[in-house]
Design a protein around this ligand. Sequence first.
Ligand code: ADP
Ligand code: MG
Length: 245
Amino acid sequence: MLQLKNINVSINEVDTPLLQNINLEFDLKKITMLMGPNGAGKSSLVQAIMGNPNYLLEGSIILNSEDITQLEVEERAKKGLFLSFQQPIELPGVTQLLYLRTIVEKYNDIKIKPKEFRKQLDEAMEFLEMKKEFNQREMNVGFSGGERKKNELLQLLLLKPKIALLDEIDSGIDVDGLKTISKVIKYLQEECNTTFIIVSHHEYLLKNLDISKVIILDEGGVAKEGSKELGLEILQHGFKGKKIK
Ligand code: ADP
Ligand code: MG
């Protein structure tokens, strides 16, 4: 289980924390959907869980009874954590092929022969229906929003993490892309028992995935927790709907 105990998240020491007194439990091998209005702190929370040093975190993060609060990003990744960014960045000068091989080697502490990696990559790209020409390009450079998101899915599929935090993986993606997201999530759940924490407000994902819990962040904290039905209510009535608050 992944537990957040009395978590505060801030940008700097001066301002009031963006999030205060967060206590949450995420069941392993399940899918939790994290929702909340713009600016509620969803991205900040997942970034802080991953260990982004730009966010100050107080409290503790416990993974399978182990306190991982003090671990660096790389060490958390080694424990199986993965975060897909809401806004993936460009890496000019770094080819997709080199970047992806490097992360797979670092993540798993292994060396892979280029030919062997090409095979893995080809399979993953075929699964995602991505064109092979992408491999020759620089990481995310000139990619459309949707293509960048597909690239995040590609990393997810190659790394096969234990716990995947997906921050608005559906934004900017087309209808077929939504089906691909759902296909990847279901595949990883079945093959690798991956736990998912998904920041999303997409009806398609809510209805098509086996969402075990919905968490609403609002006004600096957890406003409500519930089942899939809570998510569907939000989609119908909005965050200010009388049934929610
Ligand atoms: P969400 O993902 O729920 O839309 P965010 O976590 O991105 O929200 O942001 C929460 C709040 O923190 C927002 O009001 C945002 O403007 C603010 N914020 C996030 N990062 C910074 C930063 N580096 N500097 C100042 N404010 C920030
Ligand atoms: Mg966000």
